[in-house]
Ligand binder design. Structure first.
Ligand SMILES: C[S@@+](CC[C@H](N)C(=O)[O-])C[C@H]1O[C@@H](n2cnc3c(N)ncnc32)[C@H](O)[C@@H]1O
Ligand SMILES: [Zn+2]
Length: 310
């Protein structure tokens, strides 16, 4: 992240206070956050961020602000309740023991590899130069790879995943990627901030898909692209079998989307230009935050990259 960008964003945001930075994290990395509840300004004090409006303190531990104050173990959502299991998964998540197995299981023999998935997603968001949201980032799997010329903010509920992400970022000397612990349904960012958003392997895990999409959209600029990897029930892939769909829904709390249903969720949540690419039961899609008025679809800025192959 260059000093010019810092100066500009600090001026743009106007409302953010800086009281020094934790080691390894630039002030702008923290300065962008707002209270996830009231969306008001935060005050930085040593190892915490304070919301004077809500009178709450959000701790910063190991360089990661934590915006989740409740015990997720007591949550009504089975996915949130299983966060300790997700923490443990972080150790193998980006290894051969997890990612390729999941891609082949759902994407079938012709499934893209993680490298190819990253190329597809990169093509969907285009050459973004500003700010990118990585929603439910895990260890920053997409964010670390898709936007090297952008500043990426990854949020996830799992400390284990975020710690792993930070370790990768430090290993690879990536100064453009920041992490925070937060729920996608309550993002600690102001409105209309991000130039693009990605959400890898998680849309199907959110208890209320439309709520999550609306919250992601709230933080995106009008016309900004969203790229998502998730699962779909079609006539190919493992999820074409009804019993498998019922199993993942009941035992893993996974929503298995159908394309028309997903498109209507997106429309109702303020997105347009839904463009899906299906590989077996694996779905990669892009959409765009609605609101670029006065321009025909073909006149709107489009992401460069790979051609669509639906
Ligand atoms: C399968 S991993 C995906 C990680 C990464 N985005 C990727 O592309 O591989 C799903 C992640 O979603 C996170 N997650 C699930 N529900 C969430 C929520 N409501 N808010 C934030 N993160 C959530 C989990 O902690 C987990 O790290
Ligand atoms: Zn607040």
């Amino acid at each position: 992240m260059g000093p010019c960008w810092n100066t500009r964003k600090r001026t743009d945001l106007g409302s953010v206070y800086f009281f020094g930075a934790a080691p390894g994290v630039s002030p702008a990395g923290f300065g962008i956050y707002v209270c996830p509840v009231c969306k008001g300004r935060l005050t930085r004090s040593a190892d915490r961020l304070l919301c004077l409006m809500c009178r709450v303190t959000y701790p910063i531990a190991e360089g990661i602000p934590d915006f989740i104050l409740e015990d997720l173990g007591q949550s009504t959502s089975p996915v949130l309740r299983s966060v300790k299991w997700i923490d443990r998964l972080a150790g193998i998540y980006e290894t051969r023991l997890w990612y390729p197995i999941i891609l082949n299981l759902y994407g079938g023999l012709g499934s893209p590899s993680l490298r190819e998935l990253v190329l597809i997603v990169t093509g969907m968001v285009g050459p973004v130069k500003g700010l990118v949201l990585d929603a439910a980032c895990g260890p920053g799997t997409l964010g670390r790879r898709v936007a090297p010329r952008s500043t990426v903010y990854g949020v996830d509920i799992s400390k284990g995943m975020l710690r792993k992400g930070l370790a990768f970022v430090e290993r690879d000397h990536l100064s453009n990627v920041h992490f925070a612990r937060a729920k996608v349904e309550e993002l600690p960012f102001p409105d209309d901030l991000f130039d693009a958003a990605v959400c890898g392997g998680a849309l199907h895990l959110f208890a209320d898909t439309k709520l999550a999409l609306r919250e992601i959209g709230r933080t995106m600029k009008e016309g900004a692209p969203l790229a998502v990897t998730t699962f779909v029930a079609g006539n190919k892939g493992i999820l074409r079998f009804r019993r498998v769909r019922i199993h993942v829904q009941q035992h893993h709390s996974v929503h298995v989307f159908e394309l028309p249903q997903l498109e209507s969720y997106l429309t109702e949540s303020g997105f347009e230009d839904f463009l899906p690419q299906v590989y077996g039961s694996l779905l990669v899609f892009s959409a765009r935050k609605r609101g670029v008025h006065g321009l025909e679809a073909h006149e709107r800025p489009r992401s460069e990259g790979l051609p669509w192959t639906c």
